[in-house]
Ligand binder design. Structure first.
Ligand code: MN
Ligand code: MN
Length: 463
């Protein structure tokens, strides 16, 4: 009798699968090995610009060349389009005619951080500090009392570009946003958490040594400026045309006695960038042309010339269509997209924010969200049942470990991704990613099994 029920259960009931239980030791080791490259990538790609530089370097090594819309490409040809050093498209030409559609994987390479203001430098109480304006959704209090590094570019008046990266080498100094000691924080601790540290309190400590000249004011600021002049040949006015980003100075590390997790800044969404990059780099000649895009500005609404609201992706596909004398409309209508972005992992410390059946679990594989949005799916790309079916069949055929989830319980959670922007081009699109613990914090956590599963998902999709 119990066997009968077991059979019925196996036949009729849906059960999410835990990769740690399902997979062989060999497969788990393979996943762990894959994550070694991922951690290195994270450490070298802490900003959108650095991510583009890293990816272009890796793509060139694999035979990708700069896209030229005037050229004609053959199946198997590999190209990249670098959009202003802040977003990137890779494409591998397929053997089938372009009007059959292309396969698009779209992730983003910007992450929440603190940006320097345009007039950032000041001295107060004989300490030198930078003013910042935070970028993306952060819990501001998480950014105090941790080591921070400074990345970005300064464009001088003569248009020379100075690249800055300080705080990442073993012997580099780092920077810090200070916080009050508990002894003096009675008043501060009564503030609501959103204001525990206010936006204008995210000031970065950058020095304290004064010139030995007590006649003039602001001797610490001047001393810092003279250091910057010597190291970078810049003056205070040069900050006006700079993009300098303050990010956590930690390196990516294994988390746990069993080393099953990765802890790092910026995994939203560089986990999708790296996994889709690796799937694109290994392609020989796919049947459909594979277009892998890495966008900027997702965390602030995808606006601007490097965000996915911009026409650069559509224009690129239009160029591919024109090469074969086809209209872009027809190509897009037959195209498919995986919109690659992370989701929230179920956190046992905060169980109430989820609804159990539809929460994403660590080690249960790549995470598909049929819809995102909030309060009645508002703002969501809601993938069709037909497209969900196609993806389901694909992952079954290629033995990809995956789960579905939505971000938090109804009327609590929700969020947006670039999915609707690609879908607006008349492309079947669904959201995919991995579950993340402590998402948008300075130290986000993913599972190595999930990261590897996501890579396998992209590899299957690209075939
Ligand atoms: Mn994201
Ligand atoms: Mn995000």
């Amino acid at each position: 009798m119990s066997d009968l029920f077991q059979d019925l259960k196996n036949e009729l009931c849906y059960q999410k699968k835990n990769g740690a239980v399902l997979w062989s030791d060999e497969k788990i080791q393979k996943a762990f090995a894959f994550n070694e490259g991922y951690k290195t990538f994270l450490d070298h790609s802490k900003t959108e610009r650095e991510a583009v530089d890293t990816m272009v370097f890796m793509a060139k090594e694999k035979g990708f060349s700069e896209f030229d819309a005037e050229k004609t490409y053959a199946p198997g040809d590999k190209v990249y389009l670098n959009n202003r050093g802040k977003s990137l498209i890779l494409a591998v030409m397929g053997s089938e005619p372009i009007e059959k559609g292309v396969k698009i994987v779209a992730s983003h390479i910007d992450s929440p951080r603190l940006d320097l203001k345009q007039v950032p430098l000041y001295e107060n109480s004989e300490l030198a500090l930078f003013k910042t304006h935070y970028y993306g959704g952060i819990k501001k209090y998480q950014w105090t009392a941790i080591p921070l590094s400074l990345h970005g570019v300064v464009i001088k008046k003569d248009l020379t570009k100075i690249t800055v990266c300080i705080g990442e080498e073993e012997n580099d100094p780092v920077f810090c946003v200070t916080d009050l000691l508990p002894h003096l924080a009675q008043e501060q601790m009564k503030r609501p958490a959103a204001e525990l540290i206010k936006g204008e309190e995210l000031n970065v400590l950058i020095g304290s040594l004064s010139f030995r000249n007590d006649k003039e004011s602001e001797q610490v600021k001047l001393s810092i400026l003279s250091l910057l002049k010597r190291k970078y040949n810049i003056c205070e006015e040069d900050f006006l045309s700079a993009e300098l980003e303050v990010v956590p100075a930690f390196k990516a590390k294994d988390i746990g006695f069993d080393r099953s997790l990765v802890g790092s800044y910026g995994q939203d969404d560089r986990v999708c960038a790296y996994t889709s990059l690796m799937a694109a780099l290994e392609l020989k000649t796919p049947s459909r042309t594979v277009v892998t895009v890495f966008a900027d500005k997702e965390e602030v609404g995808s606006a601007g010339a490097t965000g996915l609201r911009c026409v650069f992706l559509k224009d690129f596909i239009e160029d591919l269509a024109a090469m074969q004398g086809k209209s872009v409309r027809k190509v897009l209508a037959n195209s498919k997209c995986l919109s690659a972005d992370v989701g929230a992992a179920h956190d046992p410390t905060f169980p109430d924010v989820d609804e159990d059946l539809n929460a994403a679990k660590i080690n249960y594989g790549a995470l598909i969200s049929k819809f995102t949005g909030s309060r009645g799916k508002s703002g969501s790309n809601d993938a069709s049942a037909e497209y969900m079916g196609e993806v389901r069949k694909l992952f079954a055929d290629y033995d990809v470990l995956w789960q579905t989830a939505e971000l938090g319980r109804v009327d609590l959670g929700g969020g947006g991704t670039v999915a609707s922007l690609v879908a607006d081009l008349n492309v079947d699109t669904v959201d995919i990613g991995v579950p993340v613990l402590s998402m948008h914090s300075p130290y986000e956590i993913t599972s190595k099994i999930d990261v590897y599963s996501l890579y396998c998902a992209f590899a299957a999709f690209n075939q």
